[in-house]
Design a protein around this ligand. Structure first.
Ligand code: IMP
Length: 432
């Protein structure tokens, strides 16, 4: 009866979509529990590449049901585009397969406009967060301020228009009065949302009740985290975070299920470290070293944002942050992705601790909010030259690569159960 939770153990983009796709083979349901279309998950099956922003990655398996939980914020225009894209790829996208929580919150065009206006204001003050511009922060702000519009309002398309118009009306006052931006067209948006409601209404249910019943019947449910622990609004590198709770606790809140069902908590970490957007990054590297880890951008799996195409900042694997992510999520096993990218480097580095002044820290003294005082302490590990993309067993990995994995296990105290060695579904090493 387990609820297995997949969490990003870094700053997002760890390859969770790929790991979810793999574990979904043995699940009946996959459920997204936080965030919105700020997330971008890529799943490669043969020649087909699926890019998902709102729908859970496990949906690519024909027998799996996808749930969008109450912890999410949903832009209906983008959701419908995504549903249409999957339909074109031949997948069943009926309400029998996709269930959306009535308690998730709607993103409106005003949220997008406010996100961009606020980001421009912060940029002027030298304090950009580097958001994805998808309206995520303003939508969660409305939720917490208790006047957001929940998807249940879409069950009544006749009144939804008025409800949306009210919201846009007050957002227009802020856009014009505070940010000196043009106001949005109330009537056009209200009509647009009434149309979305007609298409989406049949997907909207009480997903908490649905999941509870399925878990009690013995279904395996994969809770699919978006972003990563270091972007969590409570536990991340605040204020350079997203506005939701991508950590495992957020899975329970964001799906409305209790902890009695939790089985595995799989922390997905890249074999190195990346970050999009602003904020401190102690193990960041620059120049040719960064270009080597990032890739050229020719391949969809190179280190360029799936949502924004921004080049990602790259660096060495930071075990201080990884141990922290393991702790706040209760990670029971790690999935290590993109090991193949490290092939060919003469030396790979693991950050085992930080120094600040004359002090050494194995743990973060005050959490990750301010990482700027810290300098990384590295353990240099001899690299391996072999291409590992065809390797399927731990024994077949070069000894130096096995040593790298071994050191990660020793220094985190958590087993590495999966190692991905390429973007394709089959390019995986089951390490246990
Ligand atoms: P927001 O979620 O658009 O508000 O962006 C807040 C921060 O989270 C920014 O630094 C984004 O780059 C980052 N972020 C949001 N979603 C993702 C993601 O899926 N992967 C990586 N970074 C993300």
């Amino acid at each position: 009866m387990p609820l297995n939770i997949i969490v990003g153990a870094q700053w997002g983009d760890e390859g969770k979509g790929r790991i979810t796709d793999l574990l979904a083979q043995n699940a009946q349901i996959t459920a997204r529990y936080s965030g919105g279309d700020n997330a971008g998950h890529t799943v490669t099956v043969g020649r087909q590449i699926f890019k998902l922003n709102l729908l859970p990655s496990g949906l690519i398996h024909p027998g799996v049901i996808g749930v969008l939980g109450n912890g999410m914020v949903v832009n209906p225009a983008r959701l419908l585009e995504e549903i249409d894209r999957l339909a074109q790829a031949g997948l069943n996208v009926s309400p029998e397969r996709i269930k959306i929580s009535a308690s998730a919150h709607l993103i409106t065009p005003a949220h997008l406009a406010l996100d961009r206006a606020e980001e421009a204001r912060r940029a002027g003050a030298g304090a950009r967060i580097g958001t994805t511009g998808r309206g995520i922060g303003p939508a969660y702000t409305d939720k917490i301020a208790r006047h957001g519009v929940r998807l249940e309002a879409m069950l009544d398309p006749e009144h939804l228009g008025d409800r949306i118009a009210d919201e846009i009306h007050s957002d227009n006052e802020i856009l014009e009065g505070v940010y000196h931006r043009p106001s949005l067209d109330l009537a056009a948006i209200a009509a647009e949302y009434a149309d979305y409601a007609r298409r989406l209404a049949s997907y909207i249910i009480d997903t908490s009740l649905y999941l509870h019943q399925k878990l009690k019947e013995g279904a395996v449910v994969l809770a699919e985290g978006a972003q990563g622990a270091l972007l969590d609004v409570d536990h991340g590198t605040y204020p350079f975070v997203t506005s939701s709770s991508p950590t495992s606790g957020g899975a329970l809140v964001g799906l409305g299920v209790g902890p009695q069902f939790v089985g595995r908590v799989v922390g997905v970490a890249k074999a190195f470290q990346t970050r999009v957007g602003e904020g401190p990054f102690p193990t960041e590297v620059f120049g040719a070293e960064a270009d080597r880890l990032r890739g050229t951008g020719e391949n969809p799996w190179d280190e360029f944002g799936t949502v924004t195409r921004r080049p990602r900042r790259c660096g060495w694997l930071d075990l201080v942050l990884l141990r922290y992510a393991i702790r706040v999520n209760g990670v029971t096993e790690l999935a290590l992705t993109k090991m193949d990218v490290l092939s060919g480097l003469s030396t790979v580095k693991l950050c085992t601790a930080y120094t600040s002044g004359d002090k050494t820290h194995a743990e973060l003294p005050l959490g990750p909010a301010d990482l700027s005082p810290f300098r990384p302490v590295y353990e240099a590990i001899p690299g391996w030259s072999e291409d590992v993309s065809g390797v399927r067993t731990l024994a077949a990995l070069p000894a130096a690569a096995r040593h790298y994995v071994q050191r990660i296990q020793e220094l985190t105290g958590v087993p590495v159960s999966l190692i991905s060695v390429g973007p394709e579904r089959s390019q995986i090493v089951f390490a246990e």
